[in-house]
Design a protein. Structure first.
Length: 510
């Protein structure tokens, strides 16, 4: 009798009506975030020219979104478990669209930084909620692997659509238009999501602990800020103090979670070697990739002279590779092993980045295209399988918190990558020697050099541009070498930490 009831429950769970339509709504949320992240890289030269930010301000515009989102993901993931993942997703999507307007019409570097920070607050509600809802929509592991693959492929498709659409908009409108494309996506998500998405939450969430929220936010932002400032400006006592404050807050957060009956984040999740290995792999992978991705659009446009739309098309191989790999990653991991797919994918990305250490101003597109394709395939395999491992390692009621940990690793890696690798590029770039009379603004950013060169006599301007572009390429090559080392280290760590880890095959009960 018990077995019959379990079978009925299983059938109902596996064949939940409308689950694939509901997934399409979650895909829209992923597209919303992915498009926003990728169009910023294309728009950076225009923002630099229009708002004239300093080099440090330009880095803040690029990474403050990740700083804030990394600090709030655990909080928002846990909040979704409590108040409902559908509710927090729809609230966040509405706020994301509204704040995109503020980004589009920012008139100063300071306002742009604030707008990006607020967008991070809204963005922190979206990604954990989408993964958590997938965990509760799909109880068949093979279906869930496919759903996670589609989810990851949507992020990659957004990375592809963002540059192409953004490039088209930048050629025909002002840079703020790239943020306004969020509005129609947000509108469809909210209208359709209200009807299609099922609500899910933790039935016994426990009390909401404000002190844990504060400790998490202060800790994450403090540590990331300290790393960023040290990488950009070297050692300073104030930076050290902020970093120590952040570390102390994180220590207090962990201690408090271990003593609470119902914690904001169950630290016991990290006792699972598979869970911890998957989170570490995500963190190191994004750290190695993100700084280079942030500067690649500038290289294609400002060094090689490609138009924005052409630069967007040039980045398509990475997205195509990630989409294809994401859709078959679950099947490949079951055919071989989790650690083989994750470690192999990361090693491939590391070797591809190593190839960028020989990049020059006039490097042909075949090399760049192959590198981007390999990066996309390797990252697609790795991210899809690690997301599946993380989701399958926890009970359904903790899906939001577990997803938040996964996304925190992703966003923290992005913030650290832009801070560290971006600062390497900026540091190497600033030391270039230009012709006599080179304005100081030319040393702040490559966009500043292009602007400065336009106001100089032709021979002087060409000399300035050549020196600035070579310095930028030199910085990019150094950062690529560091990124390659990080990715290869991540591959080795994944090989050991994910030993014996397998994706589930049996149907679970809701």
């Amino acid at each position: 009798m018990t077995r019959t009831l379990q079978s009925a429950q299983t059938t109902e769970a596996v064949k939940r009506p409308g689950r694939w339509l509901a997934l399409s709504v979650l895909v829209l949320a992923v597209l919303l975030v992915a498009v926003d992240a990728t169009v910023l890289g294309l728009a950076t030269p225009y923002i630099s020219e229009d708002l004239a930010p300093s080099g440090t301000q330009l880095l803040w515009i690029g990474d403050v979104y990740s700083f804030v989102i990394a600090g709030l993901l655990v909080t928002m993931g846990s909040l979704g478990d409590r108040i409902g993942r559908k509710r927090i997703l729809l609230i966040g999507a509405t706020a994301f669209g509204a704040i995109s307007v503020l980004n589009a019409y920012a008139s100063t570097p300071e306002l742009m930084i604030v707008a990006r920070a607020l967008l991070g607050v809204a963005g922190a509600t979206l990604m954990p909620a989408t993964l958590a809802l997938i965990r509760n929509l799909f109880h068949d592991p093979r279906e869930r692997s496919l759903a996670v693959g589609i989810w990851g492929a949507a992020a990659s498709a957004g990375a592809a659509v963002g540059p192409v659409v953004g490039g088209f908009l930048l050629e025909h409108f002002w840079w703020g238009s790239v943020f306004l494309i969020n509005l129609p996506v947000m509108a469809v998500l909210v209208v359709v999501g209200v009807k299609l998405l099922p609500e899910s939450r933790n039935p016994n969430p426990g009390p909401w602990d404000l002190l844990s929220v504060v400790l998490s936010l202060v800790g994450m932002v403090g540590v990331v800020y300290a790393v960023k400032e040290t990488a950009a400006h070297g050692f300073a006592w104030v930076t050290l103090a902020v970093g120590l404050l952040g570390a102390a807050a994180l220590y207090g957060f962990v201690r408090r979670q271990l003593t609470m009956p119902v914690p904001l984040l169950d630290m016991r999740l990290f006792r699972s070697r598979g869970f911890s290995g998957a989170v570490l792999a995500d963190l190191l992978t994004i750290l190695g990739l993100s700084g280079l991705v942030f500067f690649l659009s500038q290289y294609l446009q400002l060094v090689q002279g490609r138009r924005p739309f052409e630069a967007g098309l040039a980045e398509l191989p990475a997205a195509i590779g990630a989409v294809v790999a994401g859709l078959i990653a679950g099947r490949v991991a079951r055919r071989f092993s989790v650690r083989a797919v994750v470690a192999g994918g990361l090693a491939a990305v590391g070797l591809a980045l190593a190839a960028l250490t020989v990049v020059e101003q006039n490097t042909g597109y075949p090399l760049l295209g192959v590198v981007l394709l390999v990066v996309g395939v390797g990252a697609g395999f790795s991210f899809t399988v690690t997301a599946d491992v993380i989701l399958s390692s926890v009970p359904g009621e903790q899906a939001g918190a577990a997803s938040a940990v996964s996304e925190t690793a992703y966003e923290l890696g992005a913030a650290l990558g832009i801070a560290v690798l971006g600062s390497i590029v900026t540091g190497v770039y600033r030391d270039f020697t230009g012709p006599v009379g080179t304005p100081d603004a030319a040393h702040e950013s490559l966009g500043g050099a292009v602007e400065a060169a336009s106001g100089l006599p032709a021979p002087t301007g060409e000399a300035l541009l050549d020196a600035a572009r070579q310095a930028f390429v030199d910085g990019l090559a150094v950062a690529a070498g560091v990124g390659a080392a990080v990715l290869l280290a991540a591959a080795a760590a994944s090989w050991f930490l994910l030993r014996g880890q397998r994706l589930e095959d049996g149907v679970e009960h809701p």
